[in-house]
Design a protein around this ligand. Structure first.
Ligand code: KG4
Ligand code: ZN
Length: 333
């Protein structure tokens, strides 16, 4: 089954062609980073406009570089939510129209389930059941995954998402937007043990997170060390990153042990973080747990993961109809 995937939930216009839910024939991601950079965050109205400009060329490029003809497509899968409503509507309406024009089945996909399915696009996917840590700009959650389409939410952030904390700390230090990748790079030049920021574990037996206290601690540190030259920015970001990574690693491993799962998946934009990848691999290794992390290109928003998820829904007989609409806030299904 050849599926065209479409993703426009935030600031990336993406399209991909995926075969049998696992082989990526093409994956095109057009980033709007340059558009939102001057504002230090995503401006929803600008995002919608840019998606409108990009959607047709991006879909055409995905088909043209896939090695198949558009006539060979069997179905369309598109992100339905959560995300920015105006942004989602561009991809969703396009997918609806495209599918009806070609007489193809189509299915709306939960963006978060798409991220979890990104591990199945890699050569060594985890067997079921496994525990997945989804860390992105909008979400930080742990799931118990028992099939391609069945995932139980074990815990989530009570305030900021991990990626949001990275972005906000980068903004405080005027490092630019989005901040995750910049902090990742800069932290390599810093000492993660020089400034010890608080680790918020909450109750260690629950799988919820909280990052707003850490963000405030970094802010106070910056305010209290304005001109004494005692703190280098690389040390601040390394200390901050280590505090985030410690908590994420502890919680996902604890969840795997609680659920008696031998396999862990790390997915979402923050799963691209080199320190998080190394730390979870190391800590999980001590517990004889196997870690699966998609390549960096598949961690960030992309349409291949949406097509992969679509495959499993379509095989199970789920299709969307003309009356279906997008949704903005997280939910299952
Ligand atoms: O999954 P994603 O592309 O979009 C959402 O669904 O939110 O995640 C974007 C988030 C941003 O907050 C960005 O700063 C963060 O992922 N990110 C990183 C890294 N690369 C992207 N955070 C930490 N380290 C990175 N290398
Ligand atoms: Zn995402």
């Amino acid at each position: 089954m050849l599926i065209l995937g479409i993703e426009t939930s935030c600031d990336e216009t993406a399209a991909a062609v995926v075969a049998e839910g696992k082989t990526v024939l093409s994956s095109v991601v057009s980033s709007q980073v340059a558009v939102h950079h001057p504002y230090g965050g995503v401006v929803p109205e600008l995002a919608s406009r840019k998606h409108i400009e990009a959607i047709v060329p991006v879909v055409n490029e995905a088909i043209n570089t896939s090695g198949i003809d558009a006539e060979q497509l069997d179905a369309v899968a598109v992100t339905r939510g959560p995300g920015l409503v105006g942004a989602l509507l561009v991809g969703f309406c396009f997918a609806k129209a495209y599918a009806y024009m070609r007489g193809l089945p189509w299915v709306g996909i939960n963006h978060l389930e798409g991220h979890i399915n990104s591990v199945f696009l890699e050569p060594d996917p985890p067997p079921f059941p496994f525990v997945a840590l989804l860390v992105s700009g909008g979400h930080t959650s742990i799931y118990h995954v028992t099939s391609y389409t069945a995932m139980e939410l074990l815990g989530q952030t009570r305030d900021d998402a991990a990626g949001e904390a990275f972005d906000k700390v980068a903004k405080m230090l005027e490092l630019g937007y989005p901040g995750g990748a910049v902090i990742d790079r800069m932290a390599k030049e810093g000492d993660p043990g020089k400034i010890v920021f608080p680790r918020t574990f909450l109750d260690k037996s629950v799988f919820d997170f909280s990052f707003s206290g850490l963000k405030t601690a970094v802010k106070r540190h910056i305010q209290n060390h304005t001109d004494d030259g005692a703190t280098r920015i690389p040390d601040i970001v390394a200390g901050f990153q280590e505090a985030v990574v410690d908590v994420l690693s502890y919680k996902v491993i604890h969840a795997a042990k609680t659920k008696r799962c031998d396999h862990i998946a790390l997915v979402g934009g923050v799963a691209a973080n080199s320190r998080l990848r190394a730390k979870v691999r190391h800590d999980a290794g001590l517990e004889d747990l196997t870690v699966h992390i998609p390549s960096v290109e598949l961690c960030g928003d992309n349409a291949a993961m949406i097509a992969a998820m679509g495959y499993h829904y379509l095989v199970a007989g789920k299709v969307s109809g003309l009356g279906d609409d997008v949704f903005s806030r997280a939910r299952t299904g």
